[in-house]
Design a protein around this ligand. Structure first.
Ligand SMILES: NC(=O)c1ccc[n+]([C@@H]2O[C@H](COP(=O)([O-])OP(=O)(O)OC[C@H]3O[C@@H](n4cnc5c(N)ncnc54)[C@H](OP(=O)(O)O)[C@@H]3O)[C@@H](O)[C@H]2O)c1
Length: 257
């Protein structure tokens, strides 16, 4: 059986840790050459690449701090150079916009600086990276972004984060229409609580776990590969007819009053 992504090239932002790491590993296992993007943790990104290669896949790292002005240009300068070296071209197939931050601050405590940083990393850089990616994506490509179930049901403990993930749904719909004629699909995956550094408050203590499980239909804590498998479906040939959608993968969180 051939791998569904053999011959494809994927770029995964925020792939040094957590959900992005699992997405990078899963897409590589499916046959894609993966650009493993990191912000601060190059050593972790190097580990991801080493693990992918040890499993028989191929990957390389790309660094860019998405909280800085010019982040998209920095990311694509590195990516273009590496892809040209490997393939003679800057084109690729799959963009996964996964990098994000979720400072644990409620509405009242949110400062202008915190608001600016969440906006810059989670919205502005994502928009500008996607803009550059669209120039390079091949016909039949994929754009998949990581949102959160907290858009549907806001989490007051991360009020600004909840609010600032909402624009992804909107962009997903408009880009799906714009890129449809190129057979590029555009979707968003919205996780619930997933066992990563970001969700430490929920997963690293019994009270947090009880809170999360109390909200979920499925009674276990979600793991990064629960999200990576949904992304892999959308990235692969079996996801070809899904576009402009937000798919919640939350173990059925907050389904009822
Ligand atoms: N975990 C959850 O429960 C959960 C739930 C819903 C949605 N999500 C979403 O899923 C995505 C991944 O979350 P996660 O839980 O895997 O988070 P995580 O474990 O904290 O990892 C975040 C990733 O984003 C990168 N990143 C953060 N700030 C960056 C910056 N300024 N520049 C470049 N890269 C940056 C990090 O890279 P470095 O470490 O290299 O800087 C890291 O690879 C996020 O968009 C998040 O909003 C997570």
């Amino acid at each position: 059986m051939s791998n569904p992504l053999t011959g494809k090239i994927a770029v995964v932002t925020g792939a040094s840790r957590g959900i992005g790491r699992s997405i990078a590993e899963t897409l590589a296992a499916d046959g894609a050459l993966v650009a493993v993007h990191y912000g601060k943790n190059k050593a972790s990104a190097d580990e991801v690449v080493a693990k992918i290669k040890a499993a028989g896949g191929d990957a390389f790292v790309i660094g860019a701090d998405l909280s800085k002005k010019g982040a998209a240009q920095a990311l694509f300068a590195g990516l273009d150079q590496e892809l040209t070296k490997r393939t003679g071209d800057v084109k690729f197939d799959i963009l996964v916009n996964n990098a994000g931050i979720a400072p644990f601050v409620g509405f009242t405590e949110t400062t202008e600086d915190v608001l600016d940083e969440i906006y810059t990393v989670n919205v502005k850089s994502l928009f500008l990276i996607t803009q550059e990616a669209v120039k390079r994506l091949k016909e039949g490509g994929r754009i998949i972004s990581t949102s959160t179930g907290a858009v549907r049901t806001p989490l007051p403990a991360v009020a600004a984060y909840s609010m600032l993930k909402a624009p992804l749904d909107n962009l997903t719909k408009s880009l799906a229409v714009e890129l449809g004629p190129r057979a590029i699909t555009v979707n968003t995956v919205a996780p619930g609580v997933i066992n990563t550094d970001m969700a430490a408050a929920f997963v690293s203590n019994p009270e947090g776990q009880a809170f999360a499980l109390g909200k979920q239909a499925l009674k276990r804590i979600g793991q990064p590969d629960d999200i990576a498998d949904v992304v892999a479906f959308l990235a692969g040939p079996k996801g070809r007819w899904v576009t402009g959608q937000t798919i919640e993968a939350s173990g059925g969180s907050a389904l009822t009053f």
